[in-house]
Design a binder for this molecule. Structure first.
Ligand code: SAM
Length: 273
């Protein structure tokens, strides 16, 4: 099995894997959420997409806010103490472990991504409260068994885990493949575990045009799905109220500003019975 622990991979090996000649999803998304960890090629594509559909900025930022509210709800009201965050992306403000450990310092978090720049930044992610633990696994989401095995070094998979997959499943072109990955991951987690998903949706001409333009670039394509498809990822789970809704409508913070128009991103949280 390849070494998936960022502490044991040399910086030179990681940097040899970073390709600055084509846009990468993690870096492109970092540009949209207002980060600083992207290259010229990512910014160029980002500016092209912003010109086609400025609303993608709201999708990116409100999806991060959804992540924060979902993690706070899971660690707080639902009492979850273990998180598995697949398709982590580059660290920004309010990463999963920071939000969870603010609520419950003893929470354990495993991050998973396959992007070498995310791996390079993993040491920044790997801060933790003394009571909790944070780990990073360099792995491909198409390999759920490897992810579960690697996660089990940090998480107790006989106890509930909150699986988080945000703005990542659109990379999986085939809906049935995406569903089977979720099914396999949830099968490895016990009753009382949770699934949180949010993703861009084909709910406006602008969002569809943005996805088409992105997919003409050299980046790994991203397919926007219907709301029905996003809801279907939760089959067999009990949806936490208010169900699968625009991310801005999921347990909104009444004091936080919200975009004037609906965002093309839906999300929800489901509990394994
Ligand atoms: C659009 S970003 C979303 C980042 C973060 N979850 C968020 O919502 O802000 C998608 C992430 O999925 C990761 N990703 C794409 N394909 C992947 C794969 N096959 N295995 C693991 N991670 C993958 C990318 O590297 C990137 O970090």
């Amino acid at each position: 099995m390849p070494d998936r622990d960022p502490e044991s991979v040399s910086a030179a090996d990681i940097h040899a894997r970073i390709d600055t000649s084509k846009p990468h999803s993690a870096r492109f998304w970092n540009y949209f959420v207002g980060g600083k960890d992207y290259y010229e090629v990512d910014r160029e594509l980002g500016d092209q997409i912003k010109a086609i559909f400025p609303g993608l900025v709201d999708v990116a930022r409100t999806s991060r806010h959804f992540l924060g509210r979902a993690v706070r709800h899971l660690a707080g009201e639902q009492g979850v103490r273990q998180f598995l965050d697949i398709g982590t992306g580059l660290p920004t403000g309010d990463n999963t472990h920071e939000v969870a450990q603010q609520t419950a310092p003893d929470t354990r978090i495993v991050y998973v991504d396959n992007d070498p720049l995310v791996l390079a930044h993993a040491r920044a992610l790997l801060t933790s409260t003394p009571e909790g633990r944070t780990a990073y696994v360099d792995a491909d989401m198409y390999d759920p068994d490897t992810i579960l095995e690697a996660a089990s070094a940090t998480l107790d998979l006989s106890r509930p885990v909150a699986l988080m997959i945000l703005n990542t499943l659109g990379h999986v072109a085939d809906y049935d493949v995406a569903r089977s990955m979720i099914t396999r991951l949830m099968a490895g987690l016990p009753s009382g575990s949770y699934l949180t998903i949010c993703d861009g949706t084909a709910t406006s001409d602008g969002m569809i045009a943005a996805s088409e333009a992105y997919n003409k670039s050299d980046a790994v394509p991203y397919y926007v799905r219907t709301v029905q498809d996003i809801t279907g990822f939760f089959d067999g789970l009990d949806l936490v109220a208010p169900g699968v809704v625009p991310v801005t409508d999921w347990r909104p913070d009444p004091t936080a500003p919200r975009p004037a128009t609906p965002v093309d991103a839906y999300g929800g949280v489901g509990r394994k019975p």
